[in-house]
Design a protein around this ligand. Structure first.
Ligand code: ADP
Length: 498
């Protein structure tokens, strides 16, 4: 197997510096409790590194450091040009260590190295560069309403920001959070997911090296509930929480935020409809369905997990889909040839298996997969690419987010019917339509209640294009100019001119 040998690893030095520490006020420190936790390689179950287990006491320290940096540090006095330059430098530093980041991401999360290398790392770099450009373009306005007064608006940073991120795209989610918050002049505390803390810590090292002032970026690794994540969302001196993760966690964070009414933006789960009409380019749509659900092992909030096929193409489509799904090379993500890796943890693997069981119990037909692979892969947290046909939109596997490589295939007869079924779900993060008929495409694009609709493509992203949810997929838009709204607030200044 062409797995990169340990001696060749670009991230070896970083991994050998375990236990990893917390970044607070520009210094790397142990947790106040002295506790650490292990982060595992999901392909093998082996320990990759030990990491400091931050808790409320560490969050308190980090918030203090961020507040001090916001109110009194050089960050506040720095020009927007200088802030932008620091973001450009951080992007350059990630690029200079691109291999190292790709390896860390694959080892910690399990995803295929080809995805880490060609998607996660370059998109993280792009995000930092995109927002580096924004730093100098954040503006207020003047409004002439009355000659007796001069009014202008200031667009100011929100202040101290807490950012809680998930484990599916650890570096990229850190970039989506950090880059706009920093461009706008905030200071922050990042809480990476406990399953995948490593790339964020390496990012923190580079941020220190390129010269971000101390306390501007603080990183506290640890757990969520009753721990670091919850302490951050409850903290009375945090002005805003930005969260990406499960809908249930988002609701808890919202409740925890009420103490000081901090601003909250939430990017939560999805159950995206991927709709294929008979007039579509079928081979392209099959590929789109495969990427839609199996990219990143299905651990994607915008995964196309409900595939709606027009009745007349169902049989042909399913035959092609099965062949492609069964042909995916599953293995250790460090193998260059791997197309689908392990799930992030044993817990996720078990959760997915319980959904597969539920699908079978509810009467859906297993087209392929449905089990854990054996042999070499048995020690990792793998689930075979799984397709269910004959799914009805009320079934659990059609309504709940599985966050794994499990596709539910449904069928439809008309545009009206599919639009209604597509929207009959609690989520609204994304959707897709495959057709050559532009009227149908635009009609559905407007009817689907979701923050992103792809037409004849899937999983296309760009740092300049907003992303976020309708309904229970959350609120607020990340990326593009819309993220500037999340991290700034407006002040109106009235001056008497009479
Ligand atoms: P998952 O269940 O898939 O791990 P979560 O939404 O629970 O997804 O986790 C996403 C992030 O939220 C992680 O960083 C996790 O530690 C954090 N988290 C989990 N529970 C809470 C909570 N009650 N308060 C704040 N953060 C939390």
């Amino acid at each position: 197997m062409a797995v990169v040998q340990e001696k060749e690893l670009a991230c070896k030095a970083f991994l050998s510096g375990s236990p990893k520490k917390l970044l607070i006020g520009g210094k790397w420190v142990d947790a106040e409790s002295g506790k650490t936790f292990e982060t595992l390689n999901p392909a093998t179950g082996e320990v990759l590194a030990k990491v400091a287990e931050g808790s409320k006491a560490d969050i308190d320290k980090a918030v203090k450091a961020a507040r001090d940096a916001f109110e009194n540090g050089p960050w506040r006095k720095m020009s927007s040009y200088e802030r932008g330059r620091l973001l450009y430098k951080l992007a350059d530093a990630i690029e200079a260590h691109a291999d190292e980041f790709a390896q860390l991401e694959t080892l910690d999360n399990g995803k295929p190295i080809r995805e880490s290398r060609y998607v996660d790392v370059p998109q993280a770099i792009e995000t930092f560069r995109y927002y580096a450009g924004w730093a100098t373009k954040i503006e207020g306005e003047t409004v002439n309403v009355n000659p007796d007064f001069f009014n202008y608006t200031l667009r100011e940073p929100v202040g101290v920001v807490g950012q809680i991120i998930p484990w599916n795209f650890p570096l990229l989610m850190a970039a989506w959070k950090l880059a706009p918050a920093l461009a706008c002049g905030n200071t922050l505390i990042l809480k990476p997911a406990e399953q995948t803390p490593l790339s964020a810590l390496r990012l923190g090292e580079l941020a220190c090296e390129v010269g971000f002032p101390e306390g501007v970026i603080n990183i506290v690794t640890g757990f969520g509930e009753n721990s670091a994540g919850e302490a951050l969302s409850r903290h009375m001196d945090v002005d805003k929480i930005a969260f990406t993760g499960e809908d249930k966690t988002g609701k808890k964070i919202l409740e925890a935020s009420t103490g000081n009414l901090k601003r909250v933006s939430l990017e939560l789960g999805g159950k995206a409809p991927n709709i294929v009409f008979a007039d579509a380019d079928i081979d392209a749509a099959v590929k789109g369905a495969i990427t839609g659900i199996f990219f990143n092992q299905g651990q994607v909030c915008c995964a196309g997990s409900r595939l709606f096929l027009e009745k007349s193409i169902q049989d042909e489509f399913l035959t092609k889909l099965k062949e492609k799904a069964e042909g995916l090379r599953q293995g250790n993500g460090m193998d260059e040839k791997t197309q689908i890796g392990p799930q992030v943890s044993k817990e996720q693997q078990e959760r997915i298996m319980s959904y597969i069981e539920a699908g079978q119990k509810e009467g859906a037909k297993l087209v392929c997969g449905g089990e854990r692979p054996g042999g070499d892969l048995a020690k990792g947290y793998f689930v075979k690419p799984t397709v269910f046909s004959g799914v009805n939109n009320n079934m659990k596997i059609a309504q709940e987010e599985i966050f794994g490589p499990v596709l539910s295939v449904l069928n439809f007869g008309s545009v009206e019917e599919v639009a209604e079924q597509a929207n009959k779900v609690a989520f609204g993060l994304s959707g897709a339509v495959w057709t050559k008929d532009i009227k149908k495409a635009h009609k559905l694009a407007s009817q689907i209640k979701a923050g992103t609709v792809w037409v004849n493509c899937y999983n296309v992203f760009n740092a300049a294009i907003p992303f976020g949810g309708y309904k229970q997929s959350g609120y607020g838009r990340e990326l593009g100019k819309h993220a500037i709204e999340l991290y700034t607030q407006i002040k109106s200044v009235w001056v008497d001119m009479s």
